[in-house]
Design a protein around this ligand. Structure first.
Ligand code: HEC
Ligand code: HEC
Length: 476
C-alpha cells in the first residue's frame, strides 16, 4: 500500500509540481523570455495556450495568431514577453518584456525590429485578456476540441493526453472564466459619472493602477479611470528620492519596490515572486540603452534645436541633470494641466494599502504614495515611444508642440515612424478600416481619461524653432 501511495505521490509531483528552471545566461534573452515567478498563479498550460488561436480564430482581430494582438515573434516558438516554464507541465505566462518591447518597421510590410525596453505601442493587452476569456467561454473549448488542435502540432503520450483531457483543459477553462468574472466586475462596470463602462485601453495602453487596486490589493471597485500609456524602461536611474519618482505620477521612489510591484501586477504572488530574477531585470533596466534614431538626422539643425530646448525651459524638466527632472510637476501648474484621471486613480487609500500589503514578508513595501501631478519624464529614445503624454493622447512631437493641431481622433498601433512630425504614423488612409477590425485602435480624445489638453510648453515657438527642436529630440 505504502509503495503504491509512494509511486502515486511521485507521479503527481512529477506531472504537476516538478519545477524545471530555465536559465538564460544572456541578459537580453533573460529579459525577453525569463520567468518573473507568475507561472504558478496565472500561467496557462503551454500546449493549450499555443492551441487557442487555432481553436478560436474568430475571437482574434486577424490572422497570424497572437501576432494580430501585437505580440512580437523572432523565430522562436513563443513570442517575446512570454516565459515558458515547466512546473509539472510547461506553463506560459507574461513577463516584463510583454509590455516593455515594441517593434519598428522601416516601411509597411517590412520586417519588424524589436526594441527592447520600449513601451509596447502595438500590443493590445486588454484585447489579449478578452481573447482568453472569449475562447474559454466558446463552445469549442472542450477537451476534445483542444486536444484535436494540440495533436495536430505533435504527439502526446497516452498518460499526458489523459491529464490534459481530465484535468488541465477543464481546470484552465474554469480558471479563465473565474478571471473573467472578477475582471469584468470592474472592467465592464458602468460608471455613474459617464453612464457607460471605462473606455477600451486599446493598443499600447493598460489600466495598470486599477489592476493593482482590484487584483493585487483587493480594494473595492471604484469609479476611477487609470489607463495609461506604457513607459519605456531603458536608462532608468537606479535610485531617486523624495519628490522624484517612478511611474507617470511618481507613485513610488524606490526602483526595487517598483520592479517587484510590477511583477505582482503581472500575477506573481508574494510567495512565488522571483526576487533574484527581478533584481537582475532591475540592473538590466539601468543599463539598457535607448535605441538610436534609425534614419537621417540633420546634426546642424539638431544643435540649433538643443539651444531652443534649453531656452524654452525643456531642459530644466527633461534633461537628466535638470533640476526638476523626474520630479512630480503639480498638475495645477499653468502650462501642464494634462488629463487628471490617471493621477486621481492612484488614491491615498491604494498607496496605504500597498504599504501594508506585504507586511512581515521578505518583500516589504513602504514607499507608495499618491501625488498631485505627473513626473517630468525622461526623453531617452523619445522618437520610439509615441503616442505622447501619460495617456498617449498626442500622436507626434509636432502635435505636442502645436496644441491647436492636436487631432481629436487618431489611430494607434502602427509600426512605421512618421519622420517629419516624429512618433508612429497615426492617420493613414487605411487606418479606420483596420481599427474597425481591431488591428489598430481608434483613439478618441473626448472619451473620459483620454483628454489631450495641457503640456503647452513650446507652443508659442516659431515653426522653424519647433522643427529644430524635433530634430534635436530625434537624438535623445
Ligand atoms: C501589462 C503591461 C506591463 C507589464 C507586464 C509590465 N509593465 Fe512596467 N509599466 C507598464 C505601464 C503601463 C507603466 C506606466 C504605468 C503608470 O504609471 O500608469 C509601467 C511602468 C514601469 C516602470 C516605471 C518607468 C519609469 O521611468 O518611471 C518600471 C520601472 C517598470 N514598468 C518595470 C517593469 C518590470 C520590472 C516589469 C516586470 C516585472 C514590468 N514593468 C511589467 C506596463 C507593464
Ligand atoms: C515644468 C516641467 C516641464 C517643462 C518645462 C516641459 N515639460 Fe515636457 N513634460 C513634463 C511632464 C510633467 C510631462 C508628463 C505629462 C503627462 O504625461 O501628462 C511631460 C511630457 C513630455 C513629453 C512626452 C513624454 C512621453 O513619454 O510621452 C515630451 C516629448 C516632452 N514633455 C517634451 C517637452 C519639450 C520639448 C519641452 C520644452 C518645449 C517640455 N517638454 C517642457 C514636464 C515639463
Amino acid at each position: 500500500m505504502l509503495l503504491v501511495a509512494g509511486i502515486i505521490g511521485v507521479f503527481v509531483w512529477y506531472k504537476f509540481y516538478r519545477d524545471v528552471r530555465v536559465g538564460y545566461a544572456d541578459d537580453d534573452e533573460n529579459f525577453k523570455y525569463g520567468s518573473i515567478g507568475n507561472e504558478e498563479s496565472t500561467g496557462i498550460p503551454y500546449l493549450i495556450w499555443k492551441a487557442l488561436p487555432e481553436l478560436c480564430p474568430q475571437h482574434l482581430p486577424g490572422p497570424g495568431g497572437y501576432a494580430s494582438l501585437g505580440m512580437i515573434y523572432e523565430g522562436r516558438e513563443a513570442p517575446i514577453g512570454i516565459s515558458v516554464r515547466t512546473i509539472g507541465f510547461p506553463r506560459a505566462a507574461t513577463n516584463c518584456a510583454f509590455c516593455h518591447v515594441s517593434a519598428v518597421r522601416d516601411e509597411e510590410g517590412g520586417a519588424p525590429r524589436p526594441l527592447l525596453g520600449s513601451s509596447a505601442a502595438q500590443l493590445d493587452v486588454e484585447g489579449y485578456t478578452r481573447f482568453l476569456w472569449a475562447c474559454a467561454a466558446d463552445p469549442r473549448f472542450t477537451p476534445d476540441g483542444v486536444l484535436e488542435v494540440i495533436r495536430r502540432a505533435g504527439e502526446l503520450s497516452w498518460v499526458d493526453e489523459q491529464i490534459y483531457r481530465h484535468v488541465l483543459v477543464p481546470r484552465t477553462r474554469e480558471a479563465l472564466l473565474e478571471q473573467r468574472d472578477r475582471g469584468a466586475a470592474w472592467m465592464d462596470a458602468s460608471l455613474s459619472s459617464v453612464g457607460h463602462r471605462r473606455p477600451r485601453a486599446g493598443r499600447g495602453r493598460v489600466d495598470l493602477v486599477n489592476q493593482i487596486k482590484f487584483h493585487v490589493l483587493n480594494l473595492p471597485p471604484d469609479e476611477t479611470i487609470g489607463v495609461s500609456d506604457m513607459m519605456p524602461i531603458w536608462q532608468v536611474p537606479p535610485s531617486v528620492r523624495g519628490n522624484y519618482g517612478y511611474f507617470w505620477d511618481g507613485l513610488n521612489d524606490s526602483l526595487v519596490e517598483v520592479a517587484r510591484s510590477s511583477a505582482l501586477a503581472d500575477g506573481a504572488t508574494l510567495s512565488s515572486i522571483e526576487t533574484d530574477q527581478i533584481g537582475r531585470i532591475e540592473r538590466w533596466m539601468t543599463r539598457a540603452p535607448a535605441p538610436r534614431y534609425p534614419y537621417a538626422v540633420d546634426h546642424a539643425l539638431a544643435a540649433e534645436g538643443r539651444r531652443v530646448y534649453v531656452r524654452a525651459g525643456c531642459a530644466d524638466c527633461h534633461d537628466t541633470g535638470g533640476a526638476r527632472y523626474r520630479s512630480v510637476i503639480p498638475l495645477d501648474e499653468k502650462e501642464l494641466r494634462t488629463d487628471r484621471s490617471r493621477m486621481e486613480a492612484w488614491t491615498a487609500e491604494a498607496a496605504a494599502a500597498y504599504n501594508q500589503h506585504a507586511e512581515g514578508t521578505r518583500i516589504d513595501f513602504d514607499r507608495f504614495r499618491s501625488t498631485t501631478g505627473y513626473i517630468a519624464v525622461p526623453l531617452h529614445g523619445i522618437w520610439a515611444t509615441g503616442p505622447y503624454l501619460h495617456n498617449g493622447s498626442v500622436p507626434t512631437l509636432w502635435h505636442l508642440l502645436t496644441p491647436a493641431e492636436r487631432p481629436q481622433v487618431f489611430y494607434r498601433g502602427m509600426t512605421e515612424v512618421d519622420r517629419e512630425r516624429v512618433g508612429f504614423r497615426h492617420d493613414t488612409a487605411g487606418a479606420p478600416e483596420l481599427a474597425r477590425r481591431g488591428l489598430l485602435s481608434r483613439y478618441d480624445t473626448t472619451e473620459p481619461g483620454n483628454g489631450n489638453q495641457g503640456h503647452i510648453y513650446g507652443a508659442e515657438l516659431s515653426r522653424d524653432d519647433k522643427m529644430a527642436l524635433i530634430e534635436y529630440m530625434k537624438t535623445l
